[in-house]
Design a protein around this ligand. Structure first.
Ligand code: IMP
Length: 438
């Protein structure tokens, strides 16, 4: 992927998150000098397997597991300072050297205890059909404060008087709502005491991520911008209001790290060979009953952040075509193909119908998306173990056929097929995608 001409690559989720971006970023980070997150916060959960060790990262980019890579949290990320410090401690405890390898934008906003409390209290108090099913990590309220221009930024910790005024005002605004929602108010002094403890670590990491990325590229380095969540959870392009509060699509990468879009060379979309969603909102190809349970168990489909069971469904090419458009995808990575190994047959949605009519552009309304009927292509399964396959030719012919159809319907060339969590369990495909292969 990092061919000679590719200096800056964005990796995004092209479904509803949990596509396996962490693994792909880990594989690609070997060639990167910088890996940067540009949005989201500790709502993300990126699972990376290195030999027999499994790491679940929430804030720190997956590139941290290579010794040479510099990892950045861009201005577009919202950072829970205590989460970050815990994550750093647990990586260090497992022998990962972080010295000089981690940078945090001075412009990034902090997620503070009142954001978390508001997120959780709002969710509890929403009527069942209106619950978003957030991760409860304070993401929405933190972005709301950012946009309302009352947030606390990493750089504000350089002046604790200023930080204290902001925290005081933040608690002042949050507490009446918390009390109305029957939740505990947040004590600004306790927040400041907590911030005093983490302040030296945060200020020690503080940097200008845009400047670092621009200079890194100018010096001939390679940069990987790591998205969190997925296109269908994007605040503008996702299944609003059942979305997260940031721009998860590739357009957000430039703004969220501090570079211009002209510096981005390629956008890799990561998709599972089927679909999952965690949290509420429409999922047209959703399965239920035994088939759903089978896919959930075989795929280990439980949230990396909250442990919640994910909702499984068949691969939906409508979703991926749409994600290709809103992200400008130049290539695709298909993960978890091996999870389908034992299925005698599978389905792949190629279109939607609404009230008996074909649906044109991807619906903007969740009510319509709830009512669409997927049009399916049926596929015979390959019923053999693909985890040992290391090349396109090793894959069973039915699996190759499935991937060809998936590529044709998604309209984006496949460049990677993942058949297991380990780094080696990754098949690289040449530039033309699988349609150019036998
Ligand atoms: P929030 O980001 O915690 O506000 O949650 C909003 C929606 O995004 C909920 O449906 C969450 O389940 C979903 N979500 C947030 N982060 C992730 C993720 O990393 N993977 C999958 N879903 C996510």
């Amino acid at each position: 992927m990092f061919s000679e001409s590719v200096r800056c690559l964005v990796v995004v989720g092209a479904q509803w998150g949990d596509e396996g971006k962490g693994k792909l970023v880990d594989v690609l980070a070997e060639q990167a000098t910088i890996v940067a997150r540009y949005q989201g916060g500790a709502n993300a959960g990126h699972t990376v397997r290195v030999e027999d060790d499994e790491f679940i990262l929430h804030l720190i980019p997956s590139g941290i597991l290579y010794r040479k890579t510099r990892c950045l949290l861009g201005n577009g990320v919202v950072v829970d300072p205590w989460n970050l410090v815990d994550e750093m401690d647990s990586l260090r405890a497992r022998g990962v050297d972080l010295d000089g390898r981690l940078g945090l934008s001075k412009r990034a906003h902090l997620v503070l205890p009142y954001h978390r409390a508001l997120d959780q209290a709002h969710e509890v108090n929403r009527d069942a059909e209106k619950k978003i099913g957030t991760t409860g990590r304070g993401i929405g309220p933190a972005y709301r404060d950012k946009v309302a221009r009352v947030g606390v930024r990493v750089g504000d910790l350089a002046d604790m008087g200023r930080a204290s005024d902001l925290v005081e005002a933040g608690c002042g605004a949050a507490n009446p709502t918390l009390e109305r929602l029957a939740a505990e108010p947040v004590d600004p002094e306790a927040v400041m005491m907590g911030l005093e403890e983490v302040r030296p670590t945060l200020l020690g990491l503080a940097t200008d991520t845009g400047h670092e990325v621009r200079s890194g590229l100018a010096a001939g380095g390679r940069v990987l911008l790591e998205g969190a969540q997925g296109a269908l959870l994007d605040i503008d392009h996702g299944t609003y209001p059942f979305v997260t509060s940031s721009t998860t699509t590739a357009g957000g990468a430039a703004a969220g790290v501090g570079i211009g879009p002209t510096l981005i060379d390629e956008v890799l979309g990561v998709v599972k060979a089927y679909t999952t969603r965690v949290g509420n909102g429409p999922l047209p190809t959703e399965l239920d009953g035994d088939e759903a349970e089978r896919l959930r168990q075989l795929g280990g489909e439980f949230g990396a952040t909250t442990g919640r069971p994910r909702r499984p469904g068949w691969f939906d090419a409508n979703v991926v075509r749409y994600a290709a458009g809103v992200n400008g995808l130049t290539s695709l990575a298909v993960t978890k193909l091996d999870v389908l190994d034992t299925f005698a047959e599978m389905r792949l949605a190629t279109g939607y119908e609404l009230d008996g009519e074909p649906v044109g552009p991807f619906p903007d309304s969740v009510d319509d998306l709830d009512r669409v009927t997927p049009v399916y292509a049926e596929h015979q399964g390959w019923q053999s173990d693909t985890t040992g396959c290391r090349s396109w030719d090793d894959l069973p012919s039915q699996a190759r056929q499935y991937l060809r159809r998936l590529e044709a319907e998604s309209t984006v060339p496949i460049r990677y097929v993942s058949i297991g969590a380990a780094r080696a369990e990754t098949i690289k495909i040449s530039a033309g995608g699988v349609s150019a292969l036998h």
